[in-house]
Design a protein. Structure first.
Length: 135
């Protein structure tokens, strides 16, 4: 038997994760700069306000829904609604499969995205004020 190469597995996963994060990061960094330079301060403020309010609404929703689906599966597995092996349990497993990424990834990542887009806007604010085109 061959021993598993954990380091190689982690290396492959890390490289793929970084590759997949390139365009979302680019979007978060470039969108406030481009909106601010092309459309001015007011449009940039509207972008930041809309993004922040959306994240405030969606992040807790994602986290709570993911937790609820996880707990629903556990509740069914204790014997309620027919227990394991039923269609209800199969549906709960699907819900848990969808809910775990919502709870553990999508909800918390909205906080990070909000911080990144707002910090980028703050850093580029002097440039945006001086050079915006105001189309």
């Amino acid at each position: 038997k061959a021993k598993p190469d954990y380091a190689r597995c982690v290396d492959i996963s890390t490289k793929n994760a970084l590759k997949e994060m390139f365009f979302p990061t680019l979007l978060a960094i470039l969108s406030p700069v481009v909106i601010g330079l092309l459309f001015g301060r007011e449009s940039l403020g509207a972008l930041l306000l809309g993004q922040t309010l959306s994240a405030i609404a969606l992040a807790p929703f994602f986290i709570n829904v993911g937790g609820a689906w996880d707990n629903a599966k556990k509740f069914i597995e204790t014997g309620h609604f027919g227990g394991k092996g039923t269609e209800t349990h199969a549906a709960a497993v699907v819900g848990d499969t969808v809910g775990d990424p919502l709870k553990d990834v999508a909800g918390p990542s909205l906080h990070i995205f909000t911080k990144l887009i707002n910090m980028t806007a703050l850093l580029f604010a002097p440039v945006i004020v001086m050079y915006s085109l105001l189309i």
